[in-house]
Design a protein. Structure first.
Length: 128
């Protein structure tokens, strides 16, 4: 009887650990809206062309920390940023990623035919 309880307890611990480590427990972010736009930021006191990626998310899971990641695909290359963000259950948040790597000339030349050449992707993972 004691061995059976020990086995059941061990199985429960393994299941809980698996769920926790696999991201099934914790924040679950849903993207409510996203916007990609050109902007100007200050770099070393000087105006600098940038592309801003704004993402509004809602946490439909438990509270906790996530690594929020944005990837910008641009004619001049692929750029990546991440942030560690804490969320409460049910919380909405605005996340901003500003990419200064693209140049205004590269963006202009790539868009001379009127087509949008930049796109961004948002993803996240739970962290401890």
């Amino acid at each position: 009887m004691k061995n059976r309880r020990l086995k059941i307890s061990s199985i429960a611990v393994v299941i809980i650990a698996t769920l926790t480590l696999s991201g099934c427990v914790g924040p679950k972010l849903d993207v409510l809206s996203e916007q990609l736009k050109e902007t100007i930021v200050k770099t070393n006191g000087e105006d600098d062309y940038a592309i801003s990626y704004h993402v509004r998310v809602r946490n439909n899971g438990l509270g906790g920390k996530v690594r929020a990641m944005a990837q910008l695909f641009h004619p001049e290359g692929t750029f990546y940023q991440e942030q560690i963000v804490s969320f409460k259950a049910g919380e909405d948040a605005d996340l901003d990623f500003v990419f200064t790597e693209p140049t205004v000339v590269g963006t202009f030349v790539a868009g001379t035919d009127g087509q949008t050449r930049s796109r961004a992707v948002f993803r996240y993972e739970s962290v401890r």
